[in-house]
Design a protein. Structure first.
Length: 249
């Protein structure tokens, strides 16, 4: 199968997951780029950041039009992660490929386990927000985005709900603002690496992901969210196990 076809198929799957679940789909982008398209882990994380940025911006526009983005609080949360994202992005280029693969496998497993865990009940509105805790969560998410090239929606949404007491719709919409800002900050330290990417592969991947995200939204309206989440979590656990085995052998 040609690289173009593989890029289109992988991009569609990533976009479908993002559109259907509202986050987490970008975790599939890195292993797809490595194992299907032959990217090195460092190149895959850079390409994933580009993919995450474009798809997040597209989704952010839709959520902003629906009034689900809290710009001021989201900007403050994102600001805490900008420097960690940039520093982690620069550090990633100097880490051994096996270390990046192992770290990504662990994060993918964490994402899968979080998705399998029953959702916490709503009703967090009105709780006191601790600025130090919010800054720490924002910084941690930024570092994760910069180092591994993932959007971190599977961590950003629960963080906004539990730390900033957002209701779910606002958390999903605002997380896209945070993800976009962190991804751009990390890409700023990888500009030369981004230019040297194989855009004949990355371009179609992005286009398929954006289109797939719209299909994912329609799928979410027909299939129950918990069922989709379980299927995706099981797939993600299998990917994490494969990457873990690859990293230690």
């Amino acid at each position: 199968m040609s690289a173009l076809v593989l890029a289109l198929v992988a991009g569609a799957v990533v976009g479908l997951a993002l559109g259907a679940l509202g986050g987490g789909g970008s975790v599939l982008a890195v292993p797809a780029l490595i194992y299907l398209l032959g990217f090195t882990p460092a190149a895959a994380t850079t390409a994933s950041l580009v993919i995450v940025t474009v798809t997040s911006l597209t989704a952010l526009y839709a959520h902003a039009r629906a009034g689900h983005v809290r710009w001021r609080a989201g900007a403050a949360f994102a600001a805490a992660g900008l420097l960690p994202a940039a520093l982690a992005g620069a550090a990633a280029a100097h880490l051994p490929q096996a270390v990046l693969t192992l770290a990504f496998a662990l994060v993918a497993a964490l994402a899968a386990l979080r998705m399998l865990k029953p959702a916490a009940p709503a009703g967090a509105e009105g709780r006191a927000v601790r600025p130090g805790r919010a800054a720490g969560a924002g910084a941690g998410l930024g570092a994760l985005t910069g180092l591994l090239g993932v959007g971190g929606g599977f961590l950003a949404v629960p963080a906004l709900v539990t730390v900033l007491a957002f209701e779910m719709r606002a958390a999903v919409g605002t997380s896209l603002l945070v993800i976009t800002a962190n991804s751009l900050a990390s890409l700023a330290t990888r500009s030369s690496a981004a230019v040297s990417l194989d855009w004949t592969v990355v371009g179609p991947f992005i286009a398929a992901a954006v289109l797939g995200a719209w299909d994912g939204k329609r799928l979410a309206a027909k299939v129950s969210g918990p069922r989709l989440q379980r299927v995706f979590a099981i797939l993600l656990l299998a990917v994490a196990a494969f990457m873990l085995a690859d990293a230690v052998t």
